[in-house]
Ligand binder design. Structure first.
Ligand SMILES: NC(=O)c1ccc[n+]([C@@H]2O[C@H](COP(=O)([O-])OP(=O)(O)OC[C@H]3O[C@@H](n4cnc5c(N)ncnc54)[C@H](OP(=O)(O)O)[C@@H]3O)[C@@H](O)[C@H]2O)c1
Length: 332
């Protein structure tokens, strides 16, 4: 049984401006899927903030409910693999982009987007991780596939106080790597050390201003969430055979590099595209996140808010002012 109405954060385009507010919506108006989920928790990701301000690269049509992450209980299902009452999560695919997303109390999605909550994770923990944790896990998986191994190797994580950044610091340090966290928020050094970072550097000092094609070899691997000059510097500073996982663009969507790091040092630039990860790899990574890669202190990076409080937090995220993960608890 499920109600006919539910609450959601709706973004509307009005006279060229994007306004957002909590509205009462009708389940009958959701595009019909196979699995209707009563969302207990969702989380805020940078892509949601872009969707909420009308970024047409993320969301083409408004009114729209963002939220690329959702976890909850199945309220109705036409797929026998996903019965009513099952606890599940959805991250990525088209959720929250052009399909009404996790910032509503109900989502209706295709069954092949749905992941059963793995044993070892609660619904809440699955959303503290969410797309950010999944992206950190995908980065670790791809870096190890490309030769990174656990013998105390040097890993640089940029945008370290953000969602992907914080979870990368937690997960890579737990996996045994020597983690350097790069941040603009040097006053958050204590926070980053508590997550397992061994060194903290100011991201302004990291950026190369000299323009040389190659820089001193420093890192075996990098996880980059900011792009631009920072990713360029990371690529130029990788050791022979090292790899950079390109995740994000909070600084810039472009990089300027010669081919020298690739043809003289054999470095790899690895693309991280969490939303489209095939289901077999998705299940494998959620399994790892629930056991061997599960961070010990997930609550330490999480601020819990209600749907009503999302509005102003979205603006803070766009200003780069968020530390850790914003967990949205529904129904409060
Ligand atoms: N490829 C994928 O599958 C995937 C998945 C998830 C996210 N992403 C992308 O990864 C990025 C991070 O996402 P998120 O959800 O973790 O966002 P977030 O929580 O807002 O974190 C972003 C961090 O980037 C840094 N930052 C922000 N603006 C900056 C600027 N102008 N210059 C330098 N650093 C800046 C800040 O870290 P400091 O203050 O510590 O420097 C900030 O905390 C976004 O671009 C997002 O779209 C990609």
């Amino acid at each position: 049984m499920f109600p006919s109405k539910y609450k959601a954060l709706v973004v509307r385009e009005e006279n060229g401006k994007f306004v957002r507010q909590i509205e009462e919506c009708s389940i009958q108006d959701l595009p019909p899927g196979e699995v209707l989920i009563n969302v207990n928790y969702s989380s805020l990701n940078y892509k949601d903030a872009l969707s909420a301000i009308g970024n047409k690269g993320v969301t083409r049509k408004y009114p729209h409910t963002p939220g690329i992450d959702a976890a909850g209980v199945i309220a109705s299902s036409s797929n026998k693999n996903f019965p009513e009452g099952e606890e599940v999560l959805v991250t990525g695919y088209d959720l929250g982009m052009n399909t009404p997303g996790g910032f509503g109390n109900y989502i209706w999605v295709p069954a092949d987007w749905v992941v059963k909550i793995p044993e070892g994770l609660s619904l809440k923990e699955s959303m503290i991780l969410g797309t950010a944790g999944f992206t950190a896990a995908l980065s670790l998986y791809k870096l190890e596939l490309n030769g990174l191994n656990k013998s105390g190797k040097e890993v640089l994580i940029t945008g370290a106080t953000g969602g992907v950044g914080s979870l990368s610091v937690l997960i890579f340090s737990k996996a045994g790597y020597n983690v350097t966290a790069s941040t603009r928020k040097i006053d958050k050094s204590g926070y980053l050390k508590s997550l397992g970072a061994n060194q903290i550097i100011n991201s302004n000092d990291l950026i190369d201003q000299g323009g040389k094609a190659l820089l001193q070899k420093k890192w075996d691997a990098g996880v980059d969430t900011v792009g631009g000059n920072i990713l360029t510097t990371v690529i130029k500073s990788l050791k022979y055979g090292g790899s950079a996982a390109a995740c994000g663009l909070t600084l810039s969507n472009s990089i300027a590099t010669t081919v020298y790091p690739f043809i003289l040092r054999g470095v790899n630039l690895l693309g991280i595209a969490s939303a489209e990860t095939p289901m077999d790899l998705r299940l494998k990574l959620w399994e790892k996140l629930s056991v061997e890669w599960k961070p010990d202190n997930l609550n330490a990076i999480c601020t819990e808010i209600s749907l009503k409080e999302l509005n102003e937090i979205i603006d803070l995220m766009l200003e780069g002012k968020i530390t850790g993960r914003i967990l949205v608890k529904h129904g409060i």
